[in-house]
Design a protein around this ligand. Structure first.
Ligand SMILES: NC(=O)c1ccc[n+]([C@@H]2O[C@H](COP(=O)([O-])OP(=O)(O)OC[C@H]3O[C@@H](n4cnc5c(N)ncnc54)[C@H](OP(=O)(O)O)[C@@H]3O)[C@@H](O)[C@H]2O)c1
Length: 267
């Protein structure tokens, strides 16, 4: 195995879009550091991708809801003598229910996993990328971050809007440094997401043209960060939705979301 390979750290690599990103980065010759909570799943992914792409895959299990996790993860990576050339901030889920009816600790953990941990990982890993004049940061956002808010999963869209805007700023700040930063915005994607978030019954009613595979999302995301695109919306249907949302008056957008929320969110 080559010592000169670059290495990609993928969060939420035990399933869905993260697992697909790990596959794509390995296909293009990156070694991997895979993280999520389920170590057994991560080890299965690592073994399969090492055999498939003849790369090296390290596994570091971590619960990103723990505020100490990002610092510890980066320390573990360094203590193994590894460096991170590409960061894929992907781990995520949704908290069902109306905001006031949920437990604050669940919302707090959500913000930690979907907002604070990705920001901290980028903050801790970016300086070395800049020093090496090469690096890639992908923040997995969502179409949900680019359309009006919806009922239920209240902080989900807000967290994804945050990731889009954070990525845009980081992208601009790093122009000329050799570090590419991209927000990737998938729409409905086949993964474990809708089982975990309790929305499987609702989203099963969505027409098939609304759906993409995790593999297609990851391939597009990889190509987008290599081209240093600030924001990439996956697929033509999602691009159309985002374009429409941009030009609709907010009141009309909210009216549509009021009517459609029950189709996509557990409330
Ligand atoms: N699927 C969609 O329709 C869709 C659309 C737009 C955006 N997205 C975004 O895409 C990303 C990936 O979602 P997915 O669809 O691939 O969902 P998924 O299949 O449910 O995978 C989610 C991943 O996040 C990890 N994760 C969840 N909580 C974690 C925690 N506390 N600490 C560490 N890892 C954690 C899970 O691993 P463990 O359970 O092993 O920890 C899993 O690997 C998310 O950011 C999601 O918001 C998804």
């Amino acid at each position: 195995m080559s010592q000169t390979r670059m290495t990609a750290l993928v969060t939420g690599a035990s399933a869905g879009i993260g697992k697909a990103f790990a596959d794509v980065f390995a296909k293009y010759g990156f070694n991997l550091i895979l993280t999520a909570r389920r170590e057994d799943k991560l080890r299965d992914v690592a073994t399969a991708l090492e055999a498939k792409h003849r790369i090296k895959a390290d596994v570091i299990a971590a619960d990103l809801a723990d505020p100490a996790a990002p610092e510890k993860l980066v320390a573990d990576i360094r203590s193994r003598g590894l460096q991170v050339d590409a960061l894929v901030n992907n781990a995520g889920y949704g908290v069902p229910g109306a905001y006031g009816a949920t437990a604050w600790n669940d919302q707090k953990a959500f913000i930690q996993v979907l907002v604070t941990a990705p920001c901290e990982l980028a903050h801790r890993l970016l300086p070395d990328m800049v020093a090496r004049k090469k690096g890639y940061i992908i923040n997995i956002a969502s179409v949900a971050g680019m359309v009006p808010g919806s009922v239920g999963h209240t902080l989900y869209g807000a967290s994804k809007s945050f990731m889009v805007q954070f990525s845009r700023s980081l992208h601009l700040e790093n122009e000329g440094t050799g570090v590419n930063v991209t927000a990737v915005c998938p729409g409905f994607t086949f993964s474990e997401f809708h089982d975990v978030t309790g929305t499987r019954a609702q989203v099963s009613k969505m027409p098939s043209y609304m759906w993409m595979t995790a593999e297609a999302v990851a391939e597009e995301g990889y190509q987008a960060v290599m081209r240093n695109k600030a924001v990439h919306v996956n697929g033509n249907v999602n691009k159309g939705i985002v374009l429409l949302a941009k030009y609709l008056p907010d009141s009309v957008g909210l009216m549509i979301m009021r009517a459609r929320s029950k189709d996509v969110r557990a409330q």
